[in-house]
Design a protein around this ligand. Structure first.
Ligand SMILES: Cc1cc2nc3c(=O)[nH]c(=O)nc-3n(C[C@H](O)[C@H](O)[C@H](O)COP(=O)(O)OP(=O)(O)OC[C@H]3O[C@@H](n4cnc5c(N)ncnc54)[C@H](O)[C@@H]3O)c2cc1C
Length: 379
């Protein structure tokens, strides 16, 4: 097994890092920046061919590999944490459901504009009644002639305040599998956005409402019996989320290492204290293990999409490793780490959120156990 990046991958990583560094002033993130989506950086990514990296060329993408996308998002997240939102939106989020399941019309009306940095699609999955039990969601899609009528409501939409389109997960029938998705442009009559709210990390989100929103049936991505297929592509989103946990964890690790080398206390240098050295060692092992699990999930695809067991394993390891790195780095930096304007403030809160978003760590454990038992009983 060769772990060396190809020359092309190395060049792409350096280009992504260079671009991120040119658009950011340091690893600290102000709450204004954290709450605002960078359209400017998204357009810069588009200009450099860093959007739709592993989306098929006939769907508007670059036709490279999922591992290439993982390398780029990890690189951006580790030097400019909040700018990775734009890499996510154009390579891992709603864009993947749109580019995989969308009709030609969806590709022209939504996918190409998103990949050009002109539009932003958000995923509307979670409902006020609960996010983990997705199969029980209540929003509906109903065919009416050549249209589909969408009703319902969503909460916690990251980027909702900025979005031009929503991929609304809705049910087309009563069965658990009858969950599919429809893309709803935000100028559709009957669509409403709630007030902008903020997560603990500063990220903006809002509620979304659909009251008799009528869209062309070509905007349906998946209808009856869609749940399994939708989830298989959602695993790409999960690997984006996992890669960002590692990117931010790496940044925390670098901050802690530099601080240990620089900081002299009355009794010696932090880098000379074994109790802190062991923290670095544990962080390194957890970050590297999770990185390898992400690479395995991104490379060993099944029918072109990540395997659910490998994805859940990678996301769980990465979410916990990223948060643990942030938490330990904060401890190593002492009172300075705990100040409001420390970069660790943002890193700590952001990595904490990924233990909930896109499949919580509890749900991932549940998924891993279920897959292991299912696969074992088939033998
Ligand atoms: C930073 C962030 C960004 C987000 N962005 C989006 C977005 O863009 N679009 C979107 O649709 N949603 C988004 N969400 C919502 C997210 O998907 C949900 O918060 C998540 O799915 C959990 O749903 P819930 O909050 O309703 O918790 P609940 O489903 O009510 O669960 C509450 C707690 O119970 C645990 N739990 C639930 N079921 C079980 C079980 N069977 N066994 C053990 N434990 C269980 C959960 O893990 C959780 O800890 C975001 C959330 C966060 C934090």
């Amino acid at each position: 097994m060769d772990f060396t990046l190809t020359d092309e991958q190395q060049a792409m990583v350096e280009m992504a890092e260079g671009l991120a560094k040119a658009h950011v002033h340091g690893p600290s993130v102000t709450w204004d920046e954290a709450g605002a989506f960078s359209w400017e950086f998204m357009r810069a990514l588009a200009k450099q061919g860093l959007t739709g990296i592993d989306v098929a060329p006939e769907r508007g993408g670059q036709g490279l590999t999922l591992m290439d996308s993982v390398l780029v998002i990890t690189a951006v997240a580790s030097c400019a944490p909040h700018l990775a939102d734009a890499v996510h939106a154009t390579n891992f989020g709603a864009i993947r459901q749109l580019s995989t399941f969308g009709s030609e019309r969806v590709v022209d009306d939504v996918v190409r504009p998103v990949l050009a940095g002109q539009a932003y699609a958000t995923i509307g999955m979670t409902e006020p009644g609960g996010g983990s039990a997705l199969a029980t969601l209540r929003s509906t899609g109903r065919y009416d002639g050549n249209d589909v009528i969408v009703n319902g409501g969503k909460v916690f939409n990251t980027g909702g305040p900025e979005a031009t389109h929503v991929v609304a997960w809705v049910r087309f029938g009563a069965a658990a599998e009858d969950v599919g998705a429809v893309v709803v442009p935000v100028d559709t009559p009957g669509f409403t956005r709630g007030a902008t709210e903020r997560f603990m990390s500063g990220e903006a989100h809002c509620e979304l409402g659909f009251q008799d929103c009528r869209v062309p049936s070509e905007y349906v991505l998946m209808d009856r019996n869609g749940m399994r297929k939708m989830m298989s592509v959602f695993n790409i989103e999960r690997l984006g989320n996992a890669s960002r946990s590692i990117g931010l964890g790496e940044l925390a690790f670098r901050i802690a290492t530099e601080y240990m080398l620089d900081r002299e206390t009355g009794t010696g240098r932090l880098a000379d204290f074994q109790g802190l050295q062991w923290k670095l060692a544990d962080m390194r092992v957890k970050l590297d293990s999770a990185k390898l699990l992400i690479a395995r999930a991104a490379c060993e695809l099944r029918d072109g999409v990540p395997d659910p067991l490998l994805t859940a394993t990678a996301k769980l390891a990465a979410n916990e490793a990223g948060f643990e790195a942030a938490n330990q780095a904060l401890q190593i930096c002492g009172g300075y780490g705990y100040t409001d304007d420390s970069p660790l403030n943002y890193i700590f809160k952001r990595t904490r959120g990924w233990m909930i978003a896109g499949g919580s760590v509890e749900l991932l454990r549940h998924r891993i156990a279920r897959e292991v038992l299912k696969r074992h009983s088939r033998r």
